[in-house]
Design a protein around this ligand. Structure first.
Ligand code: MN
Length: 231
């Protein structure tokens, strides 16, 4: 048995729908720009191949949490996303085998410090400080594929204080889940516990302290989050 000089970090995890067991989180991969309308609103060619960035596994936050308004930003944005929970390892997974590697699906919010991201883009610097900060990956309960199947279409939405801001459909994904899993696995060997945030539809916008955020994906589930005062 390994002996550690300080207590080893706890395993991050997210809830599993209708279960007391939890899904352990290893790494978080995120797809940039994966809905045509959102790519257009950011001024990009919708035919670009997908690209990825990451968040630390311990950035996950359960649904129904209150989190502090993050440091360093005055323009925190919401991005509602379908989350893929990987249950089986794979490297260079063919597209048609990709569903076999998915344990379930969840609804996540890719919180983004947009002002820092805009600065990073201008300076051709990394996105870590805009995307990979503490509590930047709220994720609702994971529903197993045995219940959800592999959703190909269905409403994906987000509301702030009850007003709908993002309202899209999974059918609008430029790169569907099977492609995302396959292409991600060309770069890294996916492992059980990895989460993939699959991109956000149009309508991203700023959040303020005190906001109550809700969102969902038809056939998958919902997420609720409250933004507290600055940390
Ligand atoms: Mn995103």
């Amino acid at each position: 048995m390994t002996s550690f000089i300080i207590p080893p970090p706890a395993t991050p995890s997210v809830a599993v729908a209708n279960s007391t067991e939890r899904f352990p989180v290893r790494r978080i991969f995120c797809v940039g720009r994966n809905y045509a309308a959102h790519a257009r609103e950011l001024g990009n060619d919708e035919r670009d191949p997908p690209f990825f960035f990451t968040k630390p596994g311990d950035a996950v936050v359960d649904s129904d949490s209150t989190i502090p308004y993050p440091a360093l930003t005055k323009n925190l944005h919401h991005e509602i996303e379908l989350v893929v929970a990987i249950g089986k390892a794979g490297f260079r997974i063919p597209r048609e085998r990709a569903p076999d590697h998915v344990w379930g699906y969840g609804v996540g919010i890719d919180l983004t410090r947009r002002d820092l991201q805009d600065e990073a883009k201008k300076a051709a610097r990394p996105w870590d400080w805009s995307k990979a900060f503490d509590r930047s990956a709220p994720c609702g309960p994971i529903v197993p594929v045995s219940i959800s199947g592999h959703p190909q279409k269905g409403r994906i939405w987000l509301a702030v204080n009850g007003t709908v801001k993002q309202d899209g459909d999974l059918a609008e994904l430029i790169w569907p889940v099977a492609d995302v899993v396959s292409i991600c696995s060309d770069a890294v060997e996916l492992q059980p516990g990895d989460l993939i945030f699959t991109g956000t539809p149009a309508g991203v916008g700023a959040l303020a302290a005190g906001d109550v955020i809700s969102g969902g994906v038809d056939g998958v589930g919902e997420i609720r989050l409250t933004l507290g005062p600055s940390s």
